[in-house]
Structure formats: structure tokens, C-alpha cells
Design a protein around this ligand. Structure first.
Ligand SMILES: NC(=O)c1ccc[n+]([C@@H]2O[C@H](COP(=O)([O-])OP(=O)(O)OC[C@H]3O[C@@H](n4cnc5c(N)ncnc54)[C@H](OP(=O)(O)O)[C@@H]3O)[C@@H](O)[C@H]2O)c1
Length: 164
């Protein structure tokens, strides 16, 4: 990837699901620090310390599963509903706004046109410090999916690698 970058064939190098220790390992053994790290970030897995580490090392955080793919009844969460009602926005918009205010790129997904439009309209309101503090309470510091640092999981993911 570094060769392709130096040849101008790729404009940036990005990684996904790299914990801080893996990013550090990558940085000290290579010339180019990745521009972006795509990791799970949502109200249940907020990644506050990881974000600080990545910011300190100039790696942009990109959030996958910003809605936790709907797990844990996120779209019915009473704390998020209260904040959404206050701003006359949806829970999805509150979550995306929260990510924007944290300086995180949100990679949300929808198959429905009306929700894609809804999800883009997050630049006409602002969450207060109190709203953000309320969302912080929801952090379980645990993935809603699986642990990328579990060796068995890493082995399973490796077995799914595609030949390209
Ligand atoms: N790098 C990785 O390891 C990794 C892992 C997982 C996912 N990803 C990527 O992350 C991106 C995000 O997708 P995701 O599926 O993981 O998670 P997500 O965006 O957290 O959740 C998607 C779910 O939210 C629903 N949704 C979207 N907008 C909504 C709205 N405004 N109101 C209510 N429901 C809404 C969608 O339903 P509808 O479609 O019915 O609207 C879908 O069921 C994808 O591009 C995916 O490829 C990356």
C-alpha cells in the first residue's frame, strides 16, 4: 500500500478495526501513518480514549454501525428520544449530529431514500453540553457485535479473507 501511495496510485491509506496498539505497531514499522481508521462508534460503544489516541496521532476516526445496526433498541432508547424530541429531530439525526460534533466521520447505512435524506439533515441544529453528557451515560465500552481483539475472532475473520 505504501508503494502504491508513493507511486501516486492511491491518494490515502486507511485501515479498519485497528486498536491503538495495532496502530502504534503499524506506525513504528512503516513510513506512512494511515489517514483513517474505521471502527465501531455508537452511543453504546463510544471509543472516547481510542478517539483521543487516534487524534493525537493524526488518524481520522470513521464510525461504522453508528446506529449499532438497531441493536439494543437504540431507536427506542428513552434518553435519545428525550434529546430528539427537544430538537424536533429523530434519534438517527441526534446520533449523527453527536458524531459530527465529535469530529468523527459517520458511515451510516440505509436502504430507504427517505432515511438517507433524513440522515443528511444534521447540520441545522446543535447538541448542548448537557445532551452530550446524557449520551455519554449510554457508553457500555463494549462492542454490540464482537471483539476484534479476541484471538479466536481474529482467526475466524482471517479464514474469511478473500483472494484478490
Ligand atoms: N469495517 C467494518 O468492520 C464494518 C463493520 C460493519 C459495518 N461496516 C459498514 O458500516 C456502514 C454502516 O452500516 P451498518 O449496517 O453497520 O450500521 P448502521 O448504519 O448502524 O445501521 C443500519 C441500520 O439502521 C437503519 N437505519 C438507517 N437510517 C435510519 C433512520 N434514519 N431511522 C431508522 N433506522 C435507520 C437501517 O435500516 P434501513 O436500511 O431499513 O433504513 C439499518 O437497519 C456500512 O457501510 C457497512 O458496510 C463496516
Amino acid at each position: 500500500m505504501e508503494e502504491l501511495y508513493q507511486q501516486g496510485k492511491v491518494r490515502a491509506i486507511g485501515v479498519s478495526n485497528f486498536a491503538p496498539d495495532r496502530i502504534m505497531d503499524l506506525m513504528i514499522h512503516n513510513k506512512i501513518t494511515p489517514a483513517v481508521n474505521q471502527i465501531e462508534v455508537n452511543p453504546f460503544q463510544q471509543q472516547l480514549s481510542t478517539q483521543k489516541f487516534l487524534q493525537d496521532n493524526s488518524v481520522q476516526v470513521e464510525a461504522w454501525a453508528p446506529f449499532a445496526e438497531g441493536k439494543n433498541n437504540i431507536f427506542q432508547n428513552e434518553y435519545l428520544l428525550t434529546i430528539a424530541a427537544k430538537h424536533q429531530k429523530s434519534i438517527a439525526q441526534v446520533i449523527l449530529r453527536w458524531l459530527v460534533q465529535r469530529g468523527i466521520i459517520a458511515l451510516s447505512k440505509s436502504t430507504r431514500k427517505e432515511r438517507m435524506i433524513e440522515n443528511i439533515h444534521v447540520f441545522d441544529f446543535e447538541l448542548s453540553a448537557e445532551d452530550v453528557a446524557t449520551i455519554t451515560i449510554l457508553d457500555t465500552k463494549t462492542s454490540s457485535f464482537f471483539d476484534h481483539r479476541n484471538p479466536d475472532m481474529v482467526k475466524w475473520l482471517g479464514s474469511r479473507k478473500l483472494d484478490v
